[in-house]
Ligand binder design. Structure first.
Ligand code: GLA
Length: 369
């Protein structure tokens, strides 16, 4: 096992951490000025830094066992490095004097599963830069710089949910965020409920292109409806006047915003769960970001008597499902559901709660397609 010391020969001067997140409700609403309800997960990314005497930045990823060298002004080509590079560039753009650094990344946030490993990396990077330089940045500014870094340098025209969740959410209460005004408040999970996240095993290959395409469709729909963003649309019947698929996209956004606001008020696990189920149907049929394997896993979860509701989480096109469950049954639910999933020739695994991750090694056997 490597460490900052083993790679760079000394202890790091500064270390900061940031968590991944799972979104409970409010999918694809954030780039439409809508509402989201993510919660932080226990898995975190840690970024360590020290000043360097070299002319080049050195960036080591423990998970990838890869070291990348770069200078500011010439972006590295390695994907993981573009997130850090983007943060350094965005920090510099707002006036931070960024010295040459040795940087070490360690993370147990699952990558490519829809749990915002990239936002965790960005927020942790900006937090440690803030500590190292003393440059004043509040947690919202950190989220905003992180989002810009992702858009400009990683090529995903993402909204601000993931970065706000990583920067401001806790693991016990969800963050109800209005992505237009950035007004927010913490919302406890309904009584007698707990969050389970299962990975479908399907790598999100289409995510970037499909994601950017959805965003363009929403912009076109807003344009045709004569509004700045789909957040301004409340009457779902307005979607009927649009050509397809734009009408379907609008139906999802309008109904999803309403579901988030309802869920944040309901304080009832059964009702919250029904809203999650409805969200999945809408993401599958109207927004068209599900894949058959996610639908299978969601159907199995929804059919379990101790599951209140389940849906795909994150951008879709693969990745993970989130379920709201009876807390005492989390382990039983995941074993039963993953067993059934594996009998279909698919291999899933538990992502949250993290202390059960190891148990999945014995569950399931088929290979993901
Ligand atoms: C990704 C993006 C977010 C959000 C979700 C979908 O996670 O980074 O901004 O749009 O997809 O809800």
């Amino acid at each position: 096992m490597s460490s900052f010391e083993s790679v760079f020969g000394d202890s790091p001067e500064f270390v900061a951490r940031a968590p991944g997140r799972v979104n409970l409700l409010g999918e694809h609403t954030d780039y439409n000025g809508g509402y989201v309800l993510p919660i932080a997960i226990e898995q975190q990314t840690s970024v360590s830094m020290s000043h360097s005497n070299s002319k080049q930045y050195a960036l080591y990823s423990e998970m990838l066992d890869d070291i990348v060298y770069f200078t500011l002004g010439k972006s590295p080509t390695e994907h993981f490095a573009t997130y850090v590079y983007g943060c350094l560039m965005e920090a510099r753009a707002v006036g931070m004097k960024v010295p040459v650094l040795d940087i070490y990344i360690q993370s147990d946030v699952p990558m490519g599963a829809g749990l915002s490993s990239s936002a965790a990396l960005e927020v942790a990077t900006l937090r440690v830069l803030r500590a190292l330089t003393g440059f004043p940045l509040d947690d919202v500014q950190i989220a905003q710089l992180a989002q810009r870094a992702e858009i400009q340098y990683a090529g995903v025209r993402c909204g601000i949910m993931d970065q706000m969740a990583s920067s401001l959410a806790g693991t016990r209460e969800a963050l109800l965020l209005d992505t237009l005004t950035l007004e927010r408040r913490l919302v406890p999970l309904p009584p007698a409920s707990a969050v389970l996240v299962l990975d479908s095993g399907v790598v999100r290959t289409l995510a970037t292109s499909g994601y950017n395409q959805r965003r363009t469709e929403c912009e076109e729909a807003a344009h045709q409806l004569g509004v700045q963003s789909l957040r301004e649309v409340h009457d779902i019947s307005l979607a009927d006047a649009l050509p397809e698929p734009l009408g379907r996209r609008v139906r999802h956004i309008v109904s999803e915003n309403a579901r988030v606001l309802r869920a944040a008020e309901c304080n009832n696990a059964a009702e919250f769960g029904m809203l999650m189920n409805a969200s999945h149907t809408s993401l599958r049929d109207d927004y068209e970001v599900s894949v058959p394997q996610l639908d299978q896993l969601v159907t199995l979860l929804q059919a379990h008597p101790d599951v209140y509701g389940a849906r795909l989480t994150g951008a879709g096109f693969g990745g993970a499902c989130v379920a709201l469950c009876k807390p005492e049954s989390l382990h039983q639910i995941s074993e039963a559901v993953l067993q059934d999933y594996s009998s279909m020739g698919l291999k899933g695994r538990i992502l949250v709660p993290p202390h059960w991750v190891d148990r999945t090694a014995t569950v399931g056997g088929g290979s993901a397609s």
